[in-house]
Design a protein around this ligand. Structure first.
Ligand code: DAV
Length: 404
């Protein structure tokens, strides 16, 4: 712990602002050097799902098929407590101006270009790319308890998690995302027809008492009395609060993921998996993939602002401390922190797609033995995610293993 703090201090005080830094010496906090993954033989499927369309056990096995989101028809949510809980305060203006309306045309066009370029990059790498279909996100809908409009189908990572040959569909926790999964329905039907398992979590009512009236965005309470904008009265989670390392899956409680939601996933995955609830220092948590990012067996990229202590069993891995994001951002970040910069997508244990302006991160990754593939992606940031959020790995070639 002390050494982590020490390196963190060195890192935050001088390392990344100086262009002369030798990134081969960037912090890698080694805990254990030799670690052999235990290959499991108890499950027939673990031998490699050659013929299955859906198979992905971690964040780094060689990528074969991926869903990339779209921004067509993206609609700005109306300002509401659950949206406010994770939105930077500077974004209020934006929501007041555009709430319930389409995202500005230029923003959509620029983000669509960034996505198309990501598709091109993935295709050139030999990876099959699938896209969702837009819904009429601006159409008003009504449940017995409330009215809302849709958001977008830009972030498949938020809605789905693939665990082995099972697609888990998240219930979500924002009213504006209640019907979002239908944008992917055609694809998921196809994967189901091809043999995938498909688990759909029960949706919370999202009625008024599902949201904490006492939640205060300015003084959220962390640690012992952690409080979030959603209550633990009904099952809720976003898939992006989970990250997969084979038999060990890590999840954080957040403003969109509660204990009942985590328990639902744990029970459905059963004794073959260990679901670890981890906690960090993000005061407005929503989605784990700008906090910790497993890049390869034994290698964890962390955001040093929120990660001060590495939870077990991840503390047995080498810890790669991410450099500060490159600022300023030309476009507004309306749904997120600036740590979207570490929201990268692994093609395999070496190659990782990263935003091209993040020179310090790119250098650091090279120093750590990775092969970064830089692409322009900042135009997508205003929608609240980066390359990991915008994608869902449907098939990675590998086996179900334990890495701890
Ligand atoms: O604010 O760093 C971003 C959410 C990504 N889906 C953040 C979380």
């Amino acid at each position: 712990m002390l050494s982590i703090l020490l390196l963190y201090i060195i890192h935050t005080t001088d390392a990344y602002s100086a262009s002369s830094v030798d990134y081969r010496h960037m912090p890698i906090l080694k805990k254990k050097t030799s670690r052999k993954a235990r290959v499991d033989s108890t499950r027939k499927k673990t031998a490699l799902a050659d013929n299955s369309t859906v198979w992905s056990c971690n964040e780094w096995d060689p990528l074969e098929e991926v869903v990339v989101g779209i921004v067509d028809g993206a609609t700005v949510p109306e300002w509401s407590p659950e949206v406010e809980a994770t939105t930077p305060t500077h974004a209020q203006e934006f929501f007041k101006k555009y709430g319930g309306k389409s995202f500005p045309k230029k923003m959509v066009e620029q983000a669509a270009r960034a996505l198309d370029n990501l598709v091109k990059t993935l295709t050139e790498l030999g990876i099959t790319v699938r896209r969702p279909r837009p819904l009429n996100f601006s159409k008003k809908y009504e449940t017995p308890w409330w009215k809302s409009r849709g958001l977008y189908a830009a972030m498949p990572r938020d809605v789905y998690m693939v665990v082995g040959d099972t697609i888990i569909e998240a219930p979500m926790a924002w009213r504006t995302r209640y019907y979002e999964s239908f944008a992917y329905r055609e694809l998921i039907n196809e994967y189901f027809a091809a043999g995938a398992h498909w688990l759909v979590a029960p949706k919370p009512s999202m009625a008024g008492d599902f949201y904490n009236t006492w939640y205060d965005i300015h003084t959220p309470i962390l640690y012992d009395e952690k409080q979030f904008v959603i209550r633990n009265s009904e099952i809720a989670f976003d898939a992006a609060d989970f990250t997969r390392c084979g038999r060990d899956i890590f999840v954080q409680k957040s403003n969109v993921t509660n204990t009942m939601g985590i328990e639902w996933v744990r029970r459905h995955l059963g004794s073959e998996y260990n679901v670890h609830v981890v906690e960090f220092g993000d005061m407005h948590p929503m989605h784990i993939d700008t906090t910790i990012v497993p890049l390869a067996p034994g290698k964890l990229l962390i955001n040093p602002t929120w990660v001060k202590d590495i939870p077990a069993p991840l503390n047995s891995w080498d810890i790669l401390v991410a450099p500060e994001p490159v600022k300023p951002f030309d476009l507004g970040l309306y749904f997120s922190s600036d740590w979207l910069t570490i929201n990268v997508l692994s093609i395999d244990e070496k190659r990782v797609i990263v935003e091209e302006q993040e020179a310090p991160l790119i250098k650091a990754l090279k120093g750590w033995g990775f092969e970064p593939i830089p692409i322009p992606f900042r135009d997508f940031y205003p929608f609240g995610g980066s390359i990991h959020c915008a994608t869902l790995d449907v098939r990675r070639r590998g086996t179900l293993q334990s890495y701890f």
